[in-house]
Design a protein around this ligand. Structure first.
Ligand SMILES: Nc1ncnc2c1ncn2[C@@H]1O[C@H](COP(=O)(O)OP(=O)(O)OP(=O)(O)O)[C@@H](O)[C@H]1O
Length: 760
C-alpha cells in the first residue's frame, strides 16, 4: 500500500466510525419513535398528546439525521501536539461522550476555515477529506505550520497539495440546485458567516463571490449558535424569485436546518397573492418611501366629519348629529393610538355617548338607565346614524383601500400630491386589477395602519379564546398527573393537538402578518425599494439582518446603488457593518474579465473581484449574418452548449438569455432545431418542469442569483435599448454575462456589436 493509499485507508476507518454512530443514533431514534407510535391511541387524552409531542420530536430528529448523510465528514484539523479533530456537518460523540466529529459551526472548527500559515495558533495542518457516498476517495492537506512534524509527514505521504477540493466543487456540472459549501468555506467568507448578529451586516460582492452561499451558511450558523432564541422567533430568508428559492431550497436542510421560512417579497404577506408585475416605472413610483404618506393620508381621509349631518329621531325628539361631537370622537379614537379599524370602537362609543348626551339635554327629567339603553339601540338600528358613522370612520380592508386609491385619480392626487398628472395616470388602474409585486409593501403599510380586518379579527379572537381554554386544561392535567418532566409544556401540548409542532415555527410565522423574526436574511438586497425595506424592518424590530447584494446588479429603478444611502436611514450609521467579498468562484477568469470591463465602461460600481478558475475558450463572440438569422444562430450555439454540458442524468444547465421581445421566437426556433436534430433529447428536455429544465430561454430578470454551465446571450444591445434606463440595462446585461460557470456565448448582429462593443 502506498503512503497515500494508507492515508485513505486510515481516514476510511474514522469515516466508518462516524457513519456507524450516525446509523446507531438513527436506529435509536427510530425505535423510540416506533415505541411511541406503537402505544397508539391508548391511555388518557393527555398521555396521547404527550406521546404525539415526543413522536414529533423524534420525527424531526430523524429528518435532520437523514439530511446529513451526504459528506458527513469532510475535514480534519491537526494541532502541533498531534491531536486531531474531525469536522463534519453535525457533531457526533460516542457512548463515553468522546467527540467523533465536531459540528462545523462550533468554535473549535473555526480554524478549519480561517487559519492561515501566518495565523494558525496551535493548528499545524488542515486536511480535506473527499467522500463518494460513504467511501473516502481523496485526502488533501494544507500546511499551516511549516515547521511542524505533521506537515513533514504529509509531504512525505504525498497528501499535501492545495486547493483541489475547492476546484473540484467549482468545476462540477450544475444540477439546478445550489449545494452547500460547508467543506470549502473560504476564510473571508467564514468571518462573515460567524459575525455577531446584533447589528445588520451588509455583504457587497461581485457576481459569483458566494454571497448567497455565505448568507445561507450564516443562517445555519446563527441557528446553531443562538438556537434557544431563534428556534422560537425563526429566521426569514427573502430571495428575488420563486425560481431562486427553489434553487437554494436544499442548502439549509443539508446543513441540518429545516425551520427557516423562505419567501419572495411578493409572497411575504399571508393571504395575498401578487400575480402581476408592474412596469419598472410604476414599480419605482410605488416603491418610493413617500408612498407611506400616501397610505397614511388615505387612512386619515376616512376619519373625517361628513359634510352633511342628519337629524335622528329618538323617541319624539329630533336630535341632530353635530360636527363638534364627531370631531371630538375622532380625537378620542386617534388618542387610543390603535390602528384605524380597532380605534373605530372608541369612535363609535364616543359618537354614541355624545348623541345620548344630546338626547338628555332635551329632557326635563332624569331618565332611567333602561331608557338610555333603548336610545343606544335605536341609534344602532338607525340607517342615517349608521351611514354617517361609516362615512366618518369607515372600517376598511387594505386591499379595498389600495384598489380604491389607485382607481380614482383625484383621490390619488390628494393623498400623494408630489405625483405629476402623468405619474397619477401611470398608476391608475381598475378596481378589479390583479395585485402586483409592488403593491405588497403598500398593502402591508395599509394593514399596519388599519389593523386586522374586523371580521377576521372576530374570528381570531374566538380562536384565541378557545386556545386559552385548551391551554388551561393542559396546564391542569400536567400539574395533576405530574407528567411532562419539564420537557413538554402546556403550549407544546396544545400546539401538538392542533398540529402545530415546535418544528413549525416557520409555518406559524408564514401565516401571521405580525410575526417578528429573530433574524432576516435578504438576498439580492440591492433590488429592494424603500417601501420593501419598511416592510422588512417591521418584521425584525431587533434589526438583526444579513443583507447580501451587489450594487452593480441593481435593476430596480429605485433599488440600492449606494449601501450607505440605503442603510444609514434604516439602521443608523453605526447600526450596520459593511463587508466585501472579492473572489469570484463561479465565472471563469475570461468571463469575469469581459463582464467587469463592460460594467466599468457602463459606469456601474463594480466590486474588485478576482476569478479563481481559468477556462480556455470560455468566451465565444458570434456575429449572425443578419437579423433574420439571429434566433437560428443563437439556437445553433445553444444546442452546441447543450451537447457539451447537458447530461441525461439531469446534470448540466444551459440558458439562452434574450430580450423579452425575442423570447417567444427564440423558444420556438430552439425547439424546432432540437426536434429536428435529436428528437429523443427534444422530448426528454421538453418534458422537464420549468423548475428543473436543463435548457431554458429566459429574460435577464429571471436569472438573478442563478447559475448555469453555459449561457447564450442574444443581442445584448436590444436588451439595453429596451431597459427602463441605461443603468438598468447595463446591470441586466452584467447579471446575464455573469451566470455561466464554463462558457459564455454572445450572439448578435454586426449592428448590435457596433452599438455595444464587447471584447473577449
Ligand atoms: N467557498 C466555496 N466553496 C465552493 N463553492 C463556492 C464557495 N463559495 C462560493 N461557491 C460557489 O460559487 C458559486 C457562486 O456563489 P453564489 O451564488 O453564492 O454567489 P453570489 O455572490 O450570490 O452571486 P450573484 O451575485 O451572481 O448571485 C456557487 O456555485 C457557490 O456554490
Amino acid at each position: 500500500m502506498t503512503d497515500y493509499a494508507s492515508q485513505i485507508h486510515e481516514e476510511q476507518q474514522q469515516v466508518d466510525r462516524a457513519y456507524g454512530r450516525l446509523d446507531e443514533i438513527r436506529a435509536m431514534t427510530k425505535s423510540r419513535l416506533d415505541a411511541v407510535r406503537a402505544a397508539g391511541s391508548h391511555g388518557s387524552p393527555t398521555q396521547r398528546t404527550e406521546r404525539d409531542s415526543f413522536a414529533t420530536m423524534y420525527e424531526d430528529r430523524l429528518t435532520q439525521l437523514r439530511a446529513v448523510e451526504d459528506r458527513l465528514v469532510f475535514g480534519r484539523l491537526d494541532d502541533v501536539h498531534g491531536n486531531r479533530l474531525y469536522i463534519g456537518r453535525i457533531g457526533l460523540s460516542d457512548d463515553e461522550h468522546e467527540p467523533i466529529i465536531t459540528d462545523w459551526r462550533a468554535e473549535a472548527a473555526r480554524p478549519f476555515y480561517e487559519a492561515t500559515p501566518k495565523e494558525h495558533g496551535s493548528i499545524a495542518m488542515r486536511r480535506h477529506i473527499t467522500l463518494r457516498l460513504r467511501k473516502v476517495v481523496g485526502v488533501e492537506d494544507e500546511a499551516l505550520d511549516l515547521s511542524s512534524q505533521q506537515v513533514t509527514k504529509a509531504t512525505a505521504e504525498g497528501t499535501l497539495t492545495g486547493e483541489g477540493a475547492l476546484m473540484a466543487s467549482l468545476s462540477s456540472r450544475r444540477s439546478g440546485k445550489m449545494t452547500d459549501i460547508v467543506a470549502t468555506i473560504q476564510a473571508e467568507q467564514d468571518r462573515i458567516i460567524r459575525a455577531d448578529m446584533r447589528q445588520a451586516l451588509v455583504v457587497q460582492g461581485g457576481p459569483g463571490t458566494g454571497k448567497t452561499a455565505v448568507a445561507l451558511h450564516r443562517a445555519a450558523y446563527l441557528l446553531y449558535t443562538h438556537r434557544q432564541r431563534l428556534s422560537h422567533s425563526g429566521v426569514l430568508i427573502v430571495g428575488p424569485s420563486n425560481a431562486f428559492l427553489h434553487y437554494i431550497d436544499q442548502v439549509l436542510p443539508s446543513l441540518g436546518e429545516t425551520g427557516v421560512l423562505s419567501r419572495t417579497m411578493a409572497t411575504l404577506l399571508p393571504g395575498i397573492t401578487a400575480s402581476a408585475e408592474d412596469t419598472p416605472r410604476v414599480a419605482a413610483l410605488k416603491g418610493d418611501a413617500r408612498m407611506a404618506h400616501a397610505i397614511a393620508n388615505a387612512v386619515k381621509s376616512r376619519e373625517r366629519v361628513p359634510s352633511r349631518l342628519p337629524v335622528i329621531r329618538l323617541n319624539s325628539f329630533n336630535v341632530p348629529m353635530r360636527a363638534a361631537d364627531i370631531q371630538q370622537a375622532i380625537t378620542d379614537a386617534r388618542r387610543t393610538r390603535k390602528p384605524h379599524n380597532q380605534a373605530r370602537e372608541t369612535f363609535v362609543k364616543s359618537v354614541m355617548s355624545a348623541m345620548v348626551a344630546r338626547y338628555r339635554e332635551r329632557l326635563d327629567y332624569d331618565p332611567e338607565a333602561s331608557e338610555l339603553d333603548s336610545v343606544r339601540s335605536m341609534l344602532r338600528m338607525n340607517d342615517d346614524f349608521r351611514r354617517t358613522v361609516n362615512l366618518a370612520w369607515l372600517p376598511m380592508t387594505a386591499q379595498w383601500m389600495l384598489a380604491d386609491m389607485l382607481a380614482k385619480p383625484q383621490k390619488l392626487h390628494a393623498y400623494a400630491p408630489w405625483l405629476t398628472p402623468a405619474e397619477v395616470d401611470a398608476l391608475r388602474r381598475p378596481t378589479n386589477a390583479p395585485i402586483t409585486r409592488s403593491d405588497v409593501p403598500l398593502l402591508d403599510e395599509a394593514m399596519e395602519l388599519l389593523g386586522p380586518d374586523p371580521h377576521q379579527e372576530a374570528r381570531q379572537a374566538a380562536a384565541d379564546r378557545e386556545r386559552e381554554h385548551d391551554e388551561q386544561i393542559a396546564r391542569d392535567t400536567l400539574a395533576q398527573n405530574g407528567i411532562g418532566n419539564g420537557i413538554v409544556d402546556a403550549k407544546t401540548l396544545v400546539d401538538n393537538m392542533n398540529g402545530l409542532d415546535e418544528g413549525s415555527t416557520a409555518e406559524q410565522a408564514a401565516n401571521d402578518r405580525e410575526w417578528t423574526f429573530g433574524h432576516i436574511v435578504v438576498d439580492e438586497a440591492q433590488e429592494l425599494t424603500p417601501m420593501d425595506w419598511r416592510m422588512l424592518i417591521r418584521r425584525c424590530p431587533s434589526r438583526s439582518f444579513t443583507i447580501v447584494g451587489d450594487v452593480a446588479q441593481t435593476s430596480a429603478i429605485n433599488g440600492t446603488r449606494s449601501w450607505e444611502r440605503t442603510m444609514d436611514p434604516l439602521f443608523g450609521p453605526k447600526g450596520w457593518s459593511f463587508n466585501e467579498l472579492t473572489i469570484d468562484y463561479r465565472n471563469p477568469q475570461e468571463v469575469s474579465a469581459l463582464a467587469t470591463r463592460f460594467a466599468h465602461d457602463e459606469g456601474l460600481y463594480v466590486s474588485t473581484v478576482s476569478a479563481v478558475r481559468h477556462v480556455p475558450d470560455a468566451v465565444h463572440l458570434v456575429t449572425a449574418s443578419g437579423e433574420s438569422q439571429l434566433a437560428d444562430e443563437a439556437a445553433i450555439q445553444a444546442l452546441e452548449c447543450a451537447q457539451r454540458f447537458i447530461a441525461t442524468d439531469g446534470t448540466g444547465r444551459v440558458a439562452v438569455i434574450a430580450d423579452h421581445e425575442m423570447v417567444d421566437e427564440m423558444r420556438k426556433t430552439l425547439s424546432l432545431r432540437l426536434k429536428s436534430t435529436n428528437a429523443n433529447e427534444w422530448s426528454r428536455l421538453t418534458s422537464q418542469s420549468a423548475w428543473d429544465s436543463q435548457l431554458m430561454v429566459c429574460e435577464p430578470q429571471d436569472v438573478k442569483g442563478l447559475e448555469f454551465d453555459a449561457v447564450v446571450l442574444v443581442q445584448p444591445g436590444l436588451i439595453a435599448l429596451n431597459a427602463a434606463s441605461r443603468l438598468v440595462g447595463a446591470a441586466d446585461l452584467y447579471v446575464a454575462m455573469t451566470r455561466p460557470t464554463q462558457r459564455l456565448v454572445v450572439v448578435r448582429t454586426a449592428q448590435d456589436a457596433q452599438d455595444m462593443p464587447l471584447t473577449a
